[in-house]
Write a protein that binds this ligand. Structure first.
Ligand SMILES: *[C@@H]1O[C@H](CO)[C@@H](O)[C@H](O)[C@H]1NC(C)=O
Length: 349
């Protein structure tokens, strides 16, 4: 055997025993090293180590953010990285004077803690490979320094930022590429409000306000026409079409009535008659009846003619009034009966 080979064997044997003893001390592999390579652009901490020490390794193990590190040979500089070469293969490059070390044991999975947010689901998937499962992760896509919890679908690599949003109660969380936004719903224009038809709707932050239109009373969800609530009642039995005056002196005329909204109630009847009625009925000479019938509720406030009959003419005199259907009853806007002679508005059951 040539001399040169013997020297080489000795060196090889002694080197092997050193490595073996080193390995048994550690019990497990907590890192691997790659010569003349580095991960560029992910260093969050750089410091000088003591020559020949394990300072870089200890510092990486002690920092939860550390995913890998570079060692600059001869200068003894440690560069702690918050990404692994798996997460950022494009940044794993040649470097003549460096070693690259990957952290294996005790490496915290990327984006599993707020201190170590990922930039995207894709990056987490690259970093954790087979171990990457769909679930909640800490992300900071806009690199703001604030981590937000998001759900990563590892199939589609799409993040749902609305899993833990802080939008107001009435707002809607809308997912974006890098964050969520809160959409305030305009219930008024969207039509999801429950304001009454006769109310106006006003949008507010997170809600809306209903106000009854002028001429209506209520809380905005229920509005009733003012005249359905504020009216005077006509109740005397002499106003009923069944009543006939006993003498000429007893005849009554609507010469001082209203103007105002009236409702027929009690002995006077419920509504105005809608057909020509008997002459001299309802305690007057020329009784008045409603021409054109009663409106429906949805017709609102309508104009109608009231005809006052004479002995031989069902419409001897005429005036215009207003009528509204209040649901269970009617109201009439009445004023003095036409002048000349004796006329009166009548009620019927
Ligand atoms: C990760 O390292 C980069 C620099 O390489 C730094 O800008 C970033 O803030 C670090 N992220 C965290 C969460 O420390």
């Amino acid at each position: 055997m040539p001399r040169k080979n013997i020297v080489f064997m000795v060196v090889l044997i002694s080197l092997t025993s050193v490595l073996q003893s080193h390995a048994s001390q550690r019990c497990r592999i907590d890192s691997y090293s790659i010569y003349q390579m580095m991960l560029k652009g992910h260093t969050f901490k750089t410091f000088k180590a003591q020559a020949g020490s394990l300072d870089c390794r200890h510092a990486c193990l002690a920092d939860i953010r550390c995913q890998s590190y570079n060692v600059v040979m001869f200068e003894n500089l440690c560069e702690l990285n918050n990404r692994s070469k798996e997460a950022r293969p494009e940044d794993f490059i040649k470097s003549e004077n460096r070693y690259h070390f990957g952290k294996v044991s005790e490496r915290v999975p990327l984006a599993s803690i707020p201190e170590l947010p990922g930039y995207s689901c894709k990056e987490i998937k690259a970093s954790e490979q087979e171990q990457a499962v769909s679930g909640n992760y800490w992300l900071d896509p806009i690199r703001s320094g604030n981590s937000i919890l998001a759900y990563c679908d590892m199939e589609t690599e799409i993040a749902d930022y609305c899993v833990k949003h802080q939008c107001a109660e009435h707002a809607m969380c809308v997912n974006g590429d890098m964050k969520y936004t809160c959409a305030y719903i305009d219930e008024c224009t969207e039509g999801s409000h429950s304001c009454h038809n006769d109310a106006s709707c006003k949008n507010t932050a997170g809600s809306y306000v209903c106000t009854c239109n002028s001429g209506y009373l209520g809380d905005g969800f229920n509005c009733i026409p003012e005249e359905c609530q504020n009216y005077k009642s006509l109740t005397t039995k002499t106003r009923n079409t069944k009543y006939f005056a006993t003498s000429k002196e007893d005849l009554l005329c609507d010469n001082k009535l209203g103007p105002g909204w009236f409702r027929f109630q009690g002995a006077a009847g419920k509504v105005m008659p809608t057909k020509c009625i008997s002459w001299k009925s309802c305690g007057t000479l020329r009784p008045g009846w409603l021409n054109g019938g009663h409106p429906r509720m949805e017709d609102g406030k309508v104009s109608r003619k009231v005809n006052f009959r004479s002995i031989d003419n069902c419409a001897f005199k005429t005036t215009t009034i207003q009528v509204r259907n209040c649901g269970s009853f009617f109201v009439y806007y009445l004023h003095n009966a036409p002048s000349g002679g004796c006329q009166r508005y009548c009620g019927t059951d």
